[in-house]
Design a protein around this ligand. Structure first.
Ligand code: PGA
Length: 255
């Protein structure tokens, strides 16, 4: 099954609007000849309209880092799926571990957010992963199982077709921003497990179509071995996506 790799950059709470635009422009220039890989960057909500405008007609797509699941209403400080879609963004990160850790994101809110995203045809990148403690206690599979099953619960019975664009991102929390990367064997084991879990929940066909990204301290010097793993279909990159000269090296290894 030929899945087009996706290299996604999560800019977190970095870069003002003007910095985001100039970085995006530089990345667009560097990626002009890349055709075999999907590329996405996720700046802050504030920069979305500026960056999508700047990247029109380029190889670099844009995503948001979060959304709120209600359509509209008195939800001070929140941004809906439709508002994100309206900026021209095509992707949205959902359930990133920093949101789970600092902003009370739960499997239930992840589920509602994926539902809101698919309703307006935003591609959801659902982030899952275990903490160091959970891994040490040998709870990794149980945690991932729970995150996937609860995050996708009703889709399984009700509406699997609306999920066809789903991207999963496996990000062990202990590897995010720490410089520690999961080993090739660890990533291989987890990605295989995730694809078989999706296959059991939905179907083998469905599981073979969706992309499963690895995230957590992906850098130019470790991306090659990670991308060579059969069930790794790309990367979700934080720190190393902020600098286009570094990010292009990661993108270049992905096809
Ligand atoms: P990192 O972040 O590449 O800086 O570890 C990854 C992420 O948070 O998605």
């Amino acid at each position: 099954m030929n899945r087009i790799p996706l290299i996604a950059g999560n800019w977190k709470m970095f870069k003002t609007g003007s910095e985001a635009v100039s970085t995006a422009e530089k990345l667009a220039n560097l990626t002009q000849n890349i055709t075999s890989t999907d590329i996405m960057i996720a700046p802050t909500h504030l920069s979305l309209p500026l960056v999508t405008q700047k990247l029109l007609g380029t190889n670099v797509k844009v995503g948001a880092q979060n959304l709120y699941f209600e359509q509209e209403g008195a939800f001070t400080g929140e941004v809906s799926a439709e508002m994100i879609k309206d900026t021209g963004a095509e992707y949205v990160l959902i359930g990133h571990s920093e949101r789970r850790q600092f902003f009370g994101e739960t499997d239930e809110s992840v589920f509602k957010k994926i539902k809101a995203a698919t309703k307006v045809d935003l591609i959801p990148i659902m982030c899952i992963g275990e903490s160091e403690k959970e891994r040490n206690e040998k709870n990794t599979f149980a945690i991932l199982d729970k995150q996937v099953k609860n995050g996708l619960k009703d889709f399984v019975s009700d509406d699997p077709d609306s999920l066809s664009s789903l991207v999963l991102a496996y990000e062990p929390i202990w590897a995010i921003g720490t410089g520690k990367t999961a080993s090739v064997d660890q990533v291989d084991e987890i990605h295989k497990y995730l694809r078989s879990l999706i296959s059991q929940l939905f179907s083998r066909d469905f599981a073979l179509k969706i992309r499963i990204l690895y995230g957590g301290s992906v850098k130019p010097d470790n991306v090659k071995e990670l991308m060579a793993i059969e069930d790794v279909d790309g990367a979700l990159v934080g720190g190393a996506s902020l600098d286009p000269d570094k990010f292009i090296k990661i993108i270049g290894f992905s096809s």
